[in-house]
Design a protein around this ligand. Structure first.
Ligand code: ZN
Ligand code: ZN
Length: 169
């Protein structure tokens, strides 16, 4: 996983540094489907500002994901563009919000952070298009390709009459 060694930066108060790190994204699994980043290595842009006391990390990451539409199982793609901020003061007590969970042993865990940020941004429903009609619940055919309805056989009175006849035999 991609990390940045914070000791190497040697930031003075008021200093701002830009870093660019390639983050490798393993597929995300959502609703039993896999969504792969294409390409799997995505650039993470970081702006690191040394405030008095805490360091401010501003992350910007962009990923293109593709996988199955949750309604029709066809091809779905989505663009994720997210920004996030973390503060870190190594003197702050653990579990304090000024102490980032993504800084471990003076290394910013950019890979882990970027993955979490993208995962939070994923919609509940990943669809091939917003109005995807999905699969027919009766015959399983793709309703985008073949829009159709089925006659409701169960409610047909002729069938009911036949059922009754069969029960009497
Ligand atoms: Zn679909
Ligand atoms: Zn059908």
């Amino acid at each position: 996983m991609a990390t940045i060694d914070l000791r190497r930066l040697r930031l003075r108060p008021g200093e701002v540094r830009h870093e660019r790190v390639d983050v490798h994204l393993d597929p995300f699994v959502l609703g039993g489907q896999r969504y792969e980043a294409t390409p799997p290595d995505v650039p993470a842009e970081l702006e690191i500002t040394q405030a008095s006391g805490a360091t401010v990390f501003d992350l910007r990451v962009h990923a293109h994901l593709s996988g199955a539409c949750m309604r029709c199982l066809g091809h779905a793609e989505l663009e994720i563009d997210v920004e996030a901020r973390e503060l870190h003061d190594p003197q702050a007590p653990r579990s304090d919000e000024l102490r980032s969970d993504y800084v471990v042993d003076d290394r910013l865990q950019v890979g882990v952070w970027a993955r979490d940020v993208i995962a939070l941004e994923l919609p509940e429903q990943i669809l091939c298009r917003p109005d995807c009609a999905g699969l027919c619940p009766v015959c399983g055919k793709d309703l985008n390709v073949e829009p159709h309805e089925h006659a409701e056989v169960d409610l047909d009175p002729r069938w009911a009459a036949l059922e009754e006849l069969r029960d009497r035999l």
